[in-house]
Design a protein around this ligand. Structure first.
Ligand code: GUN
Length: 291
């Protein structure tokens, strides 16, 4: 039987596990606070940010909701980040990506105080992750490590194939799997749009992590029996339903499930974990700032 890894359940465990740390901070008169900054009118980004806000409130993290018009000058965003960096009552700062084209996203990430960079995207934090001394593990790959652990899959000594080389998922995922730490010690291959014969790599894998942003890129034909499959994809595919679209992963679920020993669904797999690990990083940031 293929195990369907339940991201909602594991995410709930992570949220429950934060209760003690939040209570300890509260006893010391500190309420963790996360500021989310949205400079976009993309409905998906709006939804993600509002879910992050709801999650915060559910566990007792204060959520500051800052919206900047996508037509505003980039300077308005930089000034907002400066203000949040300097505000002692704000422990985490998250700028929802992508930002509009006229805003330099690298400059945005560089401007966030690394101690408040709960996404883990600031170059200093990226460097620390690669050096094996992470301050904040980026939320999606960290959540995937927790999902693998919950499924009883230890990457140590295994062949892991990461499909996708984004700064947000693919690259940090490969790095975490490579670290000499719990949840790491894998032999890691990173595939991408220029990879020749991707199926040959995925068929050799014990763990496949699909994070390419291509609907149903990975199917059962590309997998060997017993592989653990993690699907990071959230692709909007147009349909003639009332909603007009459906969300499809990077994995063709049914054919992959027939081969996999364990697999994450979309939705209900990786997504809830990304959100839970953001809460984890926010609590960690708060504790570090008050340590
Ligand atoms: N856009 C898509 N995923 C993310 C994320 O994890 N963090 C931020 N800030 N923006 C995103």
């Amino acid at each position: 039987m293929t195990e369907i890894i339940d991201g909602n359940e594991v995410a709930q465990e992570i949220r429950d596990g934060l209760g003690d740390a939040i209570a300890t901070l509260e006893d010391a008169g500190v309420t963790p606070a996360l500021a989310t900054v949205l400079m976009s009118d993309d409905p998906a980004s709006e939804t993600y940010v509002s879910m992050k806000q709801d999650d915060c409130e559910e566990v007792g993290i204060e959520a500051l909701d800052i919206e900047i018009s996508p037509d505003a000058d980039a300077q308005e965003l930089y000034d907002t980040i400066d203000e949040l960096n300097g505000d002692e009552a704000v422990n985490g700062v998250l700028v929802q990506m992508p930002v509009p084209d006229h805003v330099d996203d690298r400059a945005v990430l560089r401007n966030i105080d690394p101690a408040k960079d709960v996404d883990g995207f600031h170059p200093e934090n990226v460097g620390r992750l690669v050096a094996g001394n992470a301050r904040f593990k980026p939320c999606t790959p960290h959540g995937i490590q927790k999902l693998l652990d919950a499924a009883g899959v230890d990457p140590e000594g295994k062949d892991a194939v990461v499909v996708g080389r984004s700064e947000i998922v693919g690259k940090p995922m490969a790095n975490l799997l490579l670290q000499k730490d719990e949840g790491g010690n894998a032999t890691v291959t990173v595939c991408h749009s220029r990879t020749d014969d991707m199926a040959a790599k995925t068929r050799d894998a014990d763990i496949v992590i699909a994070a390419a942003g291509v609907p149903e890129l990975i199917d059962g034909e590309m997998l060997t029996e017993g592989t653990t499959v993690i699907d990071v994809g959230v692709n909007r595919v147009e349909t003639d339903t009332e909603k007009g679209y459906e969300l499809v992963g990077d994995v063709d679920f049914e054919s992959a499930k027939a081969k996999a020993s364990a697999i994450t669904p979309v939705p209900g797999g990786v997504g809830p974990m990304t959100r839970a690990m953001l809460l984890y990083n926010t609590v960690k940031a708060t504790a570090q700032q008050h340590g």
